[in-house]
Write a new protein. Structure first.
Length: 405
């Protein structure tokens, strides 16, 4: 018996934090959307906290609200203040959310909570079909359609194929889009700590010679740690027993919140800069990690991807409302132009910040101290940096600006 062919307007490969928001946005607008997700949907009751969290900027929250995901998020801890420090210097930056309005600068969400919220929202639109777990065996062109053949014999036939399948994207490879890769000699260590005193919604980015040490507020008296360390040292730290590892974290954390202890899992990730040479090809588009992977120094990786989602969803929805082809070359060219500047600017900025602050050369240290002092003393410049962190600078998609599709 021949396996069925599923017809769709859009096929999204990847049902994670980049692909699912795009699918939800399009399906809520009445566009037939299929998500091909290799991951089994998690058990909503039993999935343990694995230590992974995500910083959601103000603009990204607007997107998640606009597509009906945010009401399903169990808890999001607001970031009310950000403190940027440079080890060995008395100068620092203090970003107070009240300088730009009444809303927090962002929120920290556990990845498992965000995944649950996306799955709950995905169950609502009638035009969204979530295939999970499902593995793609190959792609082919069929006139003005792309066909994704699945390992179980099913076929998904769509006018637009979207790669949201991570930094080793199969969609990107099939579309023939080359990438620029730059490995960093650093790993990112992820863990969670519980401390004696409440954090008060304060996030800290402490620049150390080996890389940034970020402290992000979580619910209760907990904080998420994103610790960038030289690769060989990171693996040694992870191999330490619990008391020794806790001592290393505490030495970098400081005592401002009292004694602390590491709770839950710890893990590390190899860091690299990866930029796709193009974000679109005939009948295909890339979003999130399939299009770009940047240094976690400012916690902006997913937020950059959510802006991809908001821009592509807007173009696709407008195209379909006019009765036009959502995979048309002219539309994909607009998407490429729209997202290219934001992507390259943020990639270059995070790379430059990492190189600037992970450096103990005396003239470089002097330059960055002068820079910190200058920004701290010029309120308009500081507000501009805060608006950048909130994702509110540039040509904004309607969802990011607080509108509807």
């Amino acid at each position: 018996m021949t396996a069925p062919t599923i017809e769709a307007d859009i096929a999204v490969v990847g049902g994670g934090l980049g692909g699912m928001p795009l699918a939800i946005a399009c399906a809520r607008a009445g566009i037939r959307t299929v998500v091909i997700d290799r991951e089994r949907p998690p058990d909503m009751l039993e999935e343990p906290f694995d230590g992974r969290t995500t910083a959601i900027a103000f603009g990204s929250r607007r997107v998640l609200e606009g597509i009906g995901v945010w009401p399903h998020v169990g808890h999001a801890e607001p970031i009310l203040d950000i403190r940027v420090t440079d080890a060995g210097s008395s100068l620092f930056l203090h970003y107070d959310h009240r300088a730009v309005g009444d809303e927090p600068l962002g929120w920290i969400v556990e990845n498992r909570d965000l995944r649950r919220a996306l799955l709950a929202a995905a169950a609502e639109p009638a035009d969204l079909l979530h295939l999970a777990p499902a593995t793609v065996a190959g792609f082919e062109r069929d006139g003005e359609r792309v066909v994704a053949s699945l390992a179980d014999g099913r076929r998904v036939r769509a006018r637009l194929l979207v790669g949201a399948d991570g930094k080793n994207s199969e969609v990107r490879r099939w579309a023939g889009i080359p990438v620029l890769r730059l490995p960093y000699p650093q790993h990112s260590i992820i863990c969670t700590v519980e401390h004696e005193r409440p954090h008060g919604g304060v996030a800290v980015e402490n620049f150390l010679p080996s890389g940034p040490f970020a402290i992000l507020p979580l619910a209760g008296s907990r904080s998420s740690i994103v610790w960038t360390e030289q690769a060989e040292l990171a693996e040694r730290f992870l191999a330490l027993d619990e008391p020794a590892f806790t001592a290393e974290v505490a030495a970098r954390f400081g005592d401002w919140l009292g004694p602390l202890r590491v709770i839950g899992q710890r893990a590390f990730y190899k860091l690299e800069l990866m930029i796709a040479r193009r974000m679109a090809a005939p009948r295909a588009a890339l979003v999130a990690d399939a299009a770009h992977v940047i240094h976690p120094i400012a916690g902006q990786g997913l937020n950059l991807g959510i802006r991809d989602v908001a821009a592509l969803a807007e173009l696709v929805v407008d195209q379909c409302r006019l009765g036009l082809d959502p995979g048309a070359t002219a539309m994909l060219d607009r998407y490429e132009r729209w997202r290219r500047v934001d992507t390259l600017t943020l990639a270059a900025t995070t790379d430059a910040l990492n190189r600037l602050f992970s450096n103990e050369v005396a003239p470089v240290k002097l330059v960055r101290e002068l820079g910190l002092g200058l920004v701290e003393r010029i309120p308009p410049l500081k507000r501009l940096f805060m608006q950048h962190a909130m994702g509110l600078v540039g040509t904004l998609p309607r969802l990011v600006a607080g509108g509807a599709l």
